[in-house]
Write a protein that binds this ligand. Structure first.
Ligand SMILES: [Mg+2]
Length: 228
């Protein structure tokens, strides 16, 4: 059976050692004169637009005023991210490169991204770890602010690119947050939670993913879970 394997980025494929958080803070300060404390927010699993709205609504901004300045926010964010998400600061997480090599050689697998990052931000981050070549397409936070809407977008793009319509459990979602698991459940996708990000193992297990791993390092078990 063929599989569409959808990877989250932050905490799953890579860590950027705070580069995106820094870029977000700088862009919020420049665009909305925001000077609050971002450390109280957990970005894990949220889309970039969700993060912006969550922070700015708390700071008293109306949705209308947030929306009107979003293009400015993203252009500043991307500029700062490109300057900071550099090779050396962005690192692939343990086991990931070996796992991607295996998956790329597996003819039954189509690899893609499912991430809350806006697409140009995703590409900058993955570029810092030289991982872009594994992922010709994906579904991004710039496609929808609601992560649950991203799996069908990835399925649609896959069908256009390789002519195969993936369904149900043949869509495999791999991520490090509770929202990675939750976005797969309504679509009957296979969910694989990996505790390589900020979310503790017990919180991930409580979401009942089909599979749970501490990291991507057990390649054989990961491949079994993906291909089952
Ligand atoms: Mg993540």
């Amino acid at each position: 059976m063929r599989k569409l394997v959808l990877f989250d980025i932050d905490g799953t494929l890579i860590t950027d050692h705070g580069a995106a958080r820094h870029a977000f803070a700088a862009a919020l300060a420049e665009t909305y004169a925001y000077d609050g404390d971002l450390s109280r927010y957990d970005f894990s699993g949220r889309t970039d637009p969700q993060i912006a709205f969550m922070i700015l609504r708390d700071a008293g901004w109306s949705d209308e005023d947030i929306t009107s300045r979003l293009p400015e926010l993203w252009s500043r964010y991307l500029r700062d991210l490109a300057a900071n998400a550099t090779p050396g600061r962005v690192q692939s997480l343990p086991g990931i490169r070996a796992l991607l090599e295996l998956l790329q050689q597996e003819p039954r697998v189509t690899l893609a991204l499912l991430t809350g990052n806006i697409e140009p931000g995703a590409r900058i981050k993955l570029g810092g770890a030289s991982l872009n070549d594994y992922f010709p397409f994906g579904a991004f936070g710039s496609d929808s602010a609601n992560r649950e809407e991203l799996p069908p977008i990835a399925v649609e793009r896959a069908s256009r690119i390789d002519g195969h319509r993936f369904r149900g459990r043949d869509v495999v979602i791999i991520g490090d947050s509770i929202y990675d698991v939750r976005c797969g459940t309504p679509h009957d996708a296979t969910t694989i939670a990996v505790a390589s990000g900020k979310t503790p193992a017990d919180k991930l297990i409580a979401e009942n993913p089909h599979h749970f791993f501490e990291s991507a390092e057990d390649l054989e078990a990961m491949m079994r879970a993906i291909m089952e």
